[in-house]
Design a protein around this ligand. Sequence first.
Ligand code: ADP
Ligand code: MG
Length: 322
Amino acid sequence: EEIASKIAAGEVIQRPESVVKELIENSIDAGAKNITVILKDAGKALVQVIDDGCGMSEDDAVIAFERHATSKIETYEDLENIRTLGFRGEALASIAAVAQVEMKTRTQEDELATLVKIEGGKIIEISKTSHPIGTSIAVKNLFFNTPARRNFLKSNYTEFKHAYEAFIRFAIAYPEISFELISDDELISKFEATDFETRIKQIFGDEFFKTLIPVDEKTEYVSIYGFISKPEFSRKTKADQFIFLNRRYIINRSINHAVYNAYEHLIDKGNFPSFILMILIDPRHVDINVHPSKLEVKFDDEQGIYNFVRAVVKHSLSKFNL
Ligand code: ADP
Ligand code: MG
């Protein structure tokens, strides 16, 4: 059982980035307005996420670490209609299996917070403490009990870069939430709650923003908004390409290709556009349950999405050129 849970954990938790991603997802699902991420040693020594979301009762706090414990899905219909970021009930169990975790959590109804300490999947303390409403989860010494995996981690530079990218994706998708990132006691990013356009400027800077054209179109089936780069600002890198589906960052070659296709003849071979595209669609028309990381999704009408994205990008480019 312990070995099985360590193996299962590996599918969800591969590096500090995965912990950052799963904890921020939970904070967003909990309705947090403020999220702080603290890293030590690029997350290898510590990933801590502090939120002011709904918190958990003592009972829920303990159950949260059990595999397949999710408060988000109750029926098969829920699974067809997922509106939360999490739903598998795997993340906390997986994290706790391979790290030393300390969680403090408090709901509005409770005077005191619950403290849960769990190491390598074993609960070692449940007690009461004081803490504001919300949840703080500190994940220490990731893979302390799976040395092979620990050795597999890359340099702090690389691990930090991954963790930072995960953080930035949430900051892009949730401008109404304020985000803060502290790494080795240094404040790296602080984004106050704002609107989407201002958040893009907060993150990428005013100069980069000037290289972008807005996109905003919808049909009954799907809507897209965001920004794409002016053709003359295409670059030899695929950095700064983001696609979000229902505010979840996704990787989708077909949509990338639709965008590239729309730029055809406008940019030189070997150059790539930047884009930040937010796609909203009824969750019933997509399957996000394809992979534990939830980065890959399947649309029920892949071709329709492809055509729509290409048409919208083309249209936005042509409006700009007038
Ligand atoms: P999932 O997000 O798929 O439900 P997780 O393992 O990530 O599974 O979390 C398990 C459960 O713990 C969640 O369903 C939620 O009820 C609770 N939980 C986790 N993190 C938080 C948080 N930051 N605030 C409130 N509840 C949380
Ligand atoms: Mg989750």
